[in-house]
Structures are given as structure tokens and as C-alpha cells.
Design a protein. Structure first.
Length: 493
């Protein structure tokens, strides 16, 4: 019996270790599970990591790699920011968010990059991919080759915009490596990752990254969302010459991801002098990948419990939700984390309050179609884009008015019915000698009545003159046929 005890202890220990391993693998699949990472941009030192090496669906943070590959091609002289690229039918067919340009529209690499990074335009990602790599598949191969060279061992790409695809996978670890590489390899182009807003024609679009213009020192990077991934964000901020990168994957709203990123960054900056007290987590490249399938958060993110459809452009601020996302579960205990915010009163704010505040005033960057322009030519190009935005709108309004349920009862339709009825009765009268001209005239007046009065009156008029012509009985059915379009607005609404 004594000889069996060590074996029993070892077996129990192995079972316990296996249970812990299973729990670790299953943890990211639970509702509200997330992957978090905080690193130093210069050294790659890991300051905090939770599920950082669990595979995850990247969604639109994919566009960081799309921008990296494109700008690397620019830096290598393969094209320029002024190079014109064309919107293909494939690009135009991408799902929103997108600019919505028609196939054949041309614009510069510079403008396409700005639209992609600020508005997260899926069509612009494809335009860039086709312009640089010839096709989506060709560009995806370039993305995967770049990922391997950078050490992103958990990443694979299928498309340049992050729209749902089984093979589109990354991790917080790999996204941290990518963000560091962007800052290290393309410092002259990093302004693309922190543009506060763009203006296209009359339309101004703010950056989906809520930290830009709100969190002091925020200077990157990109948001992402699909139902399977939850709300993702790669963020960066600089304070006193020290730059940190935060990665949040799987948050439950656009605001929550921004709050969590702000908390990570603030903890990193405020504990700068106490890092020696914490055990070293090594560098981001040394984090050990976990061999698992990415969690699918579709039900949690897009299930029937949501009051409105989820999207990357989630502007449901905490203040508008009555503080719902400001709970400890949503913000990781934000009550203990406050922020020094220059120029704001009071001087200390909670993360949720900071994200709910208006962004700092900033002039939106002009974007436009066509070749690079300056001066009066730029003003003319912006005006032309604005005119194109305005032109289709009146047509849409008119068509909607014409399809209103009561359109069939308007005087215009009544006159049309009267004329049609009169022509039909005149032909009938000519074919049958026993029909009197007076009956035709009377029917013409009678046919006009149902459109201007109630249908009940139309029926009584028809019943009063059954022998006026050869086919008076179907006449009251005309107004019913005219009301058929009333069903269309209900289907289109």
C-alpha cells in the first residue's frame, strides 16, 4: 500500500495539471473572455499578458498589415503615395464599412490608406491589395510572407480587410510584434495610424479608435470587429518619450475595448518606477504560442440579446447606456484607475468618463478621388466629390415619396384612372351600337370618383349602372390595382 501512494500522488497531480491545462484552453471561449497585452514599443518588454498567445480572429486590425505591406512597397520604390489605383468590381462589392465608390473610380495610394485606416473601409483595403499585389490572393501571399519574416508565427491571412474567413487568424502576441515593426520600420509613415478624422466631400468621419483625441498621448493604431472576434483594438500612446502598445481582443463593445486599452496604458505609465517589483515576463517574441482554435464569440456579440446590430463603428458611449458598460466586469474594475488629463476638469477622470467625453478639436484630413491635387485644384476636387454625394439624394427622396401607401389615392392617379376608363368605354361603345354616348360620358365621371372618394362610394356607383357598357363590372377593381405599390415600402423599410 505504501508503495502505491507515490503513484497515486503522481496520478492525482497529473490529473490536476491536465484539468488546469483544459481550463486554460477553454477560458477564452467563455462569455466575455478577452486577450490582453501591454508591451514597451522600443524594447518589446511585456508588462502584462492575459491569453496573449491564444489564436484569435483579427477582424479589421488586419488592415495594420495591409498598410505595412503597402507602405513598405512605397519605401522600397515599387510605387509612390501619388500612384493612382482603380476601384475594381471586386473592391466595390465588399461589405461595409466602405467608401462605396463605383468600379472604375481612381484615387491615390495616399487617399486610399487614409480612408482605410480612419473609416476602416473594406473596399479601400481591396483596392490597395490589387494595386500592390495584383489580386487579393497575390497580396495575401505577400502579407503571409511578411508575417513570417517578422516572427508572427500564429498569424495567417486570407484577405486584406479582415472580413470573416476561417483562415484569417492572429493573436495578441503577433499583433504586438506587428505594431512594434510598423513603428520601427516605417517611422516616416506612422501618421497614418493616428489621423483623428477625414473629410470626404461634405462627410466627416472620425477615427473608430476612441483613444485618439481623448487619451493623452494616444498615437495609434487600429480597431476591428466581426461577430466571431468581438471588439478588437491595437492602441499605442507616448508619454515622456516612452511609448507603450496595448492590445485588446474580444471586448464586448467599442467603448469597452477603448476603456480597457486606456487602463492598460495608464497602468504601464504609472508603474514605470515599480517594474523591478514584478517578475519579468520577457519580450513579446518570447511568449509561447498556444496550439488551439480561436474562440468564436458570435453568440455573445451578435446574439438576439443585443438592442442594436453590433459593428466596428460602435459609438454607444457609456453615458448613453446608463453606465452599463462601466461596470467592473466591462472595464476590469475601472474605479481603481484614474487618469491625469491635461486641460480637463476635474484633473482626475475614470476611463469610462474619458471615453465618453468629446474628442479634442482637430481639423479633419481632406481625402478625395482622382490624382494628387493642391491649391485651387484640391478645392475643386473636394467640391466635385461633395456634388456627387448630394446628387443621388433628391432622387432617393422622390422615389420614397412616390411609394408611400397613400400614393394610389392622390388626384394624379385618379385622373389617370378616369382617362383610362373613358378610353376603354369609348371603344366599347363603338363596338356595341346599343351603348349610348351619354353612358360613356357618365362612366368617365363615375370612374374618376373612386380615386377621389372612398372605395365604398366607388362600389355603389358601379352597382347603380350595371348596363352602361359591356365591361363596367371590373371598373371598381382599378383603384385596388393602383394600391398594389403600397406593399413595396413595407418590404424596403
Amino acid at each position: 500500500m505504501h508503495a502505491l501512494r507515490p503513484l497515486l500522488r503522481k496520478s492525482l497531480f497529473n490529473l490536476f495539471a491536465a484539468a488546469l491545462a483544459c481550463a486554460a484552453l477553454l477560458a477564452p471561449r467563455a462569455a466575455g473572455a478577452e486577450a490582453l497585452l501591454l508591451i514597451e514599443a522600443d524594447s518589446g518588454k511585456v508588462l502584462q499578458a492575459e491569453n496573449a498567445t491564444i489564436p484569435w480572429y483579427p477582424a479589421s486590425v488586419t488592415k495594420i498589415m495591409t498598410a505595412y505591406v503597402t507602405l513598405k512597397a512605397v519605401k522600397d520604390g515599387k510605387l509612390t503615395l501619388d500612384t493612382l489605383i482603380t476601384v475594381s468590381p471586386t473592391a466595390a462589392s465588399q461589405s461595409p464599412s466602405k467608401m462605396g465608390f463605383r468600379p472604375g473610380t481612381q484615387l491615390t495610394v495616399d487617399n486610399a490608406l487614409k480612408m482605410m485606416m480612419v473609416k476602416s473601409a473594406n473596399d479601400m483595403a481591396v483596392v490597395l491589395a490589387e494595386g500592390v499585389g495584383g489580386s487579393i490572393d497575390g497580396f495575401s501571399a505577400m502579407m503571409n510572407d511578411t508575417a513570417q519574416k517578422l516572427g508572427m508565427t500564429q498569424t495567417s491571412y486570407v484577405n486584406p480587410n479582415g472580413l470573416p474567413a476561417d483562415g484569417q487568424i492572429t493573436s495578441a502576441r503577433d499583433l504586438g510584434i506587428l505594431a512594434r515593426s510598423f513603428l520601427r520600420d516605417l517611422p516616416e509613415y506612422e501618421y497614418f495610424v493616428h489621423i483623428p478624422a477625414i473629410r470626404f466631400g461634405k462627410r466627416v468621419t472620425g477615427n473608430f479608435n476612441k483613444l485618439i483625441g481623448r487619451y493623452p498621448g494616444a498615437d495609434g493604431f487600429k480597431t476591428g470587429f466581426i461577430c466571431a472576434s468581438g471588439y478588437n483594438l491595437v492602441a499605442s500612446a507616448t508619454r515622456n518619450g516612452r511609448r507603450l502598445i496595448a492590445v485588446v481582443l474580444g471586448a464586448n463593445s467599442g467603448t469597452a475595448r477603448a476603456v480597457k486599452a486606456a487602463q492598460l496604458l495608464e497602468r504601464g505609465f504609472s508603474q514605470d518606477n515599480l517594474t523591478w517589483l514584478r517578475p519579468s515576463l520577457g519580450t513579446v517574441e518570447k511568449l509561447v504560442p498556444v496550439d488551439a482554435s480561436p474562440p468564436n464569440l458570435r453568440e455573445d456579440m451578435c446574439g438576439g440579446h443585443r438592442k442594436r446590430p453590433a459593428s466596428d463603428d460602435d459609438d454607444a458611449l457609456i453615458a448613453a447606456n446608463g453606465g452599463a458598460t462601466g461596470s467592473a466586469s466591462a472595464t476590469g474594475g475601472e474605479a481603481q484607475v484614474t487618469f491625469f488629463t491635461a486641460g480637463l476638469q476635474p484633473p482626475l477622470m475614470k476611463a469610462s468618463e474619458l471615453m465618453a467625453s468629446a474628442p479634442a478639436a482637430a481639423e479633419p484630413v481632406l481625402v478625395y478621388t482622382g490624382p494628387t491635387r493642391t491649391g485651387t485644384a484640391l478645392i475643386a476636387a473636394v467640391a466635385a466629390d461633395a456634388d456627387q454625394q448630394a446628387t443621388p439624394k433628391p432622387r432617393g427622396k422622390k422615389s420614397r415619396v412616390a411609394k408611400k401607401p397613400d400614393a394610389a389615392d392622390k388626384p394624379k392617379d385618379a385622373k389617370t384612372d378616369a382617362k383610362t376608363a373613358a378610353k376603354t368605354d369609348a371603344k366599347t361603345a363603338a363596338a356595341k351600337p346599343d351603348a349610348k354616348p351619354a353612358d360613356v360620358k357618365s362612366d368617365g365621371k363615375t370612374a374618376a370618383k373612386p380615386a377621389g372618394t372612398k372605395h365604398a362610394a366607388a362600389k355603389s356607383d358601379a352597382a347603380a349602372k350595371p348596363a352602361a357598357s359591356g365591361d363596367p363590372a371590373p371598373k371598381p377593381a382599378k383603384p385596388k390595382a393602383a394600391t398594389k405599390p403600397a406593399a413595396k415600402p413595407a418590404n424596403n423599410s
